[in-house]
Design a protein around this ligand. Structure first.
Ligand SMILES: [Zn+2]
Length: 174
């Protein structure tokens, strides 16, 4: 038991300061909870991530409107009906739009900027883009309409995540 004497000027009682906790002036229990969490990816995203682990990109086709949705969805919001079949798309595509960012994923300031792009993969329907990083290219060289190809992690490092693709790089002979 530690006795604390604090001069209270405005309020009755003894307000706690973080210093009191740090210096152990009040009873403190430190604990590191082992918080674990999990959530279901769903049918479409689950299959998409599993295929990434195998180095493939998969979408869903709606037979009514003919669109190939990438990332896949089990429901076509145009036709208001379930999509019909799985379809593989290429790991090459076209930059629809991009942004040069001096902020990293944790909002940290970057000296060398990263280029984030929306990429329409070959085989996906027009306007259907996935968001990813560009690499092996200077920001000032990036153009809308530029052809790019996925650079994959080695198979043993893939874990069923969009980061199994490290980045997209310009296609040769662009
Ligand atoms: Zn449709």
């Amino acid at each position: 038991m530690v006795e604390v004497s604090v001069r209270v000027k405005e309020y009755r009682g003894t307000p706690l300061k973080s210093k009191d906790i740090k210096e152990g002036l009040v009873p403190v229990i430190w604990d590191r909870p082992e918080a674990k969490y999990a959530w279901a990816t769903g049918i479409a995203m689950g299959r998409f991530l599993e295929e990434l682990k195998e180095g493939r990109i998969i979408g869903r086709r709606c037979r009514r409107c003919g669109r190939v949705l990438v990332p896949p969805r089990m429901f076509c919001e145009w036709c208001f009906r379930p999509t019909d079949e799985w379809v593989y798309v290429a790991d090459t595509g076209t930059v629809l739009t991009y942004s040069v960012s001096y902020l990293g994923p944790a909002a940290e300031r970057l000296k060398e900027p990263i280029v984030i792009a929306v990429i329409q993969l070959d085989g996906a329907s027009p306007g259907m883009g996935i968001l990813h990083k560009l690499g092996e290219v200077k920001p000032e060289e990036v153009k809308i309409g530029m052809r790019v190809k996925a650079v994959w992690k080695p198979p043993e490092e893939r874990e069923g995540s969009i980061t199994d693709i490290k980045y997209f790089k310009p296609l040769e002979g662009r």
